[in-house]
Design a protein around this ligand. Structure first.
Ligand code: GSH
Length: 238
């Protein structure tokens, strides 16, 4: 057996040993940059689900090795639930919604829930223009930058989604009324719209402000500002 295999197995056993029934560990990357990590962290925090955070810094010589200790995909976020790894932000949120059915993490209404799942799947699988040209960087200020045709098209589609949800279901201010997994999924987009100063219709601007002021989102942002690691290849982009 190779040393690295042995290390991974030892770490996996240590993870399993350190977690009791119901114990949740969420492995994430830097809060300033990791949009995928933000989603389940915000969902857990917004619904007051206790968890232990394990943060791994991106772009370091040992980043891959550190992530591989927890995540079979080599990516974060990964949730360790009772020693069992659940990777991918959407799978994690689905697991949490099943584990905590009384929290109402998805909208309770069937049609609203189906739409919420549709827009989360769309967020998950699309918007590569926005991801590439307007990457999440909470500490940065880049007004007007990154507006490539692809990013602009993605902004247009996201505005359409928000308008549809807020007018059809969002009578209490969030996409489906109360804060849900869908808002956690779009929180990194809210961060981008603030960093890149995207002009929005008043109802959508109000939604951006509501999400930014949500205590779980505000806590993530405060902790992103408190991080001391900078990644030049992301900070110097655009
Ligand atoms: N589809 C995955 C994507 C996760 C992903 O791409 N994570 C990035 C961090 S934001 C990562 O782990 N990168 C590893 C690296 O850059 O070394 C999810 O939703 O969790």
């Amino acid at each position: 057996m190779q040393d690295t295999e042995l290390e991974s197995m030892t770490a996996a056993l240590a993870v399993a040993a350190s977690t009791g029934p119901g114990h949740l560990q969420l492995v994430i990357a830097n809060k300033n940059y990791s949009s995928w990590s933000m989603r389940p962290w915000v969902a857990l925090t917004a619904f007051d689900i206790p968890f232990e955070e394990i943060r791994i810094c991106l772009d370091r010589p040992d980043t891959y090795q550190q992530i591989a200790l927890y995540s079979p995909s080599g990516r974060v976020p990964v949730l360790i639930a009772d020693g069992h790894a659940i990777w991918d932000s959407l799978a994690i949120c689905e697991y949490l919604a099943e584990q905590f059915p009384r929290h109402g993490m998805w909208p309770r209404d069937l049609r609203a829930r189906a739409t919420a799942r549709s827009i989360c799947a769309e967020m998950h699988a699309s918007f590569s223009g926005l991801r590439h040209d307007m990457s999440m960087n909470i500490r940065a200020s880049r007004p007007g930058k990154g507006r490539t045709p692809d990013a602009q098209a993605d902004i247009g589609r996201i505005c359409e989604i928000w308008e549809q949800c807020l007018s059809g279901f969002g009578h209490r201010g969030f996409l489906f009324g109360d804060f849900s997994i869908a808002d956690a999924f779009y929180a990194p987009v809210v961060m981008r719209f603030l960093t890149y100063d995207v002009a929005l219709a008043p109802a959508l601007q109000a939604y951006v402000e509501r999400v930014a002021e949500h205590p779980a989102v505000a806590l993530w942002v405060a902790q992103a500002h408190a991080e001391t690691e900078a990644i030049p290849k992301y900070d110097n982009a655009q």
